[in-house]
Write a protein that binds this ligand. Structure first.
Ligand code: PLP
Length: 386
């Protein structure tokens, strides 16, 4: 069988060897708890603060504005629940705004705040490309809006939101602005000052770092009710002994990604565009989802009329290509994804979605093989369905 091809970098990425090397000493040799006063503790504390400084350098923020978490989902949960409950406790208001195409880590948290904590929630519609307009945001903002959360780049269709403009609109009405940058982290600039955001979520496994670690940037002065109480780690905002090796790995991976960003994006864009043009040319009744230009350099996403997306994934896997239908979390679900429905796609199209996401180590042969097998697979599936 031919070499398996991994085109699912939006689901997760491989950990770079130098990142593994950076983490290794902190498992079995330098295993101290950063909270301990002795030399092992000091060594761990030093590694932790170096990692924090390194990350702050990439994000253009202060080290004390970084909160380490266990994943992007936890960062989103802390941002939404933490900021909403703290704002309410301060009597600042009761209204939240999210976009209709947020990852469930944001959308389900916002809906839980509505259902269990009596917040009012506006879910902003998106256009046919998945974009939220600043006009729609401005119209939805109220004097009692405490928090707006709109993702930087969408995980299913790769569309990139105009974060700086959206954040400005939120600030004009006095609301905090959070962005889920989990998908953007491997490709887009993360300067929080340029973006103008109050909070930003990242997860290391999307940028060639380890799974099980993430972070929330929270601008100094942003009040957050802790999701996890206990020890005083992370200035009381997230209790629990730090996972030093994974935090060190996240910092190394982010630094490397920042250094390689331009080159990675150039390569990935060219592969993405080859995929998009070959697929649209060779597969009848196919459409690109997301925006034709404002899209993540690594993301090619499609819908094919009359095709079962999950079945397509199985056929592709048999042909040596690992891909995804919408987000990894959606795989196995027979329902069209929330994102594709928000674009207004009818179920006949929305059920036949495919996301091909290239990565730092994707080669041109991988693209050629994929576009050589995909049209036949779809033709056979359609013929079998007739
Ligand atoms: C946009 C977005 N937000 C949040 C998450 C959740 O991140 P994690 O897997 O680190 O919990 C993902 C993961 O797919 C994502 O793509």
């Amino acid at each position: 069988m031919a070499k398996p091809i991994y085109l699912d970098h939006a689901a997760t990425t491989p950990v770079e060897p130098e990142v593994v090397a950076a983490m290794l000493p902190y498992f079995a040799q330098e295993y101290g708890n950063p909270a301990s006063v002795h030399r092992w503790g000091q060594c761990a504390e030093h590694a932790l603060s170096s990692a924090r400084e390194q990350i702050a350098g990439v994000l253009n923020c202060s080290a004390d504005e970084i909160i380490f978490t266990a994943c992007g989902s936890e960062s989103d949960n802390l941002a939404l629940r933490g900021a909403a409950l703290a704002a309410r406790a301060a009597g600042r208001g009761n209204h939240l705004i999210v976009s209709a195409v947020e990852h469930p880590a944001v959308l389900d948290t916002a809906r839980q705040l509505r259902e269990r904590h009596d917040f009012e929630l506006s879910e902003l519609p998106v256009d046919e490309h998945g974009l939220t307009s600043t006009e729609d945001l401005s119209a939805a903002l109220r004097t009692d809006t405490v928090l707006v959360s709109i993702m930087y780049a969408n995980n299913e269709i790769g569309v990139i939101a105009p974060i700086a403009a959206l954040a400005r609109a939120a600030h004009e009405k006095g609301a905090l602005f959070h962005t889920d940058a989990v998908q953007a982290g491997s490709q887009l600039p993360l300067d929080v000052e340029a973006l103008g955001v109050d909070m930003l979520s990242l997860g290391a496994h999307k940028f060639y770092g380890p799974k099980g670690v993430g972070l929330l940037y929270a601008r100094r002065g942003t009040a957050l009710q802790p999701a996890q109480t206990g020890g005083s780690q992370e200035a009381g905002r997230r209790a629990g002994t730090h996972n030093v090796p994974l935090i060190v790995g996240m910092a190394a991976a982010l630094q490397l990604t920042e250094e390689l960003r331009k080159q990675d994006c150039r390569n990935m864009k060219s592969q993405r565009d080859s995929l998009i043009s070959a697929v649209l040319r060779s597969v009848p009744h196919s459409r690109l989802t997301g925006h034709p230009a404002r899209r993540l350099p690594n993301s090619a996403s499609f819908v094919f009329a009359g095709i079962d997306g999950n079945e397509l994934l199985m056929h592709l896997d048999l042909a040596g290509v690992a891909a995804s239908s919408g987000s990894a979390c959606k795989t196995g679900s027979p329902e069209p994804s929330t994102v594709l429905r928000a674009l207004g796609l009818p179920p006949r199209w929305a059920l036949g979605s495919l996301r091909l996401s290239v990565g730092r180590h994707t080669e041109s042969d991988d693209i050629e093989h994929t576009v050589s097998v995909l049209p036949d697979i779809i033709e056979r599936m359609r013929a079998a369905g007739d």
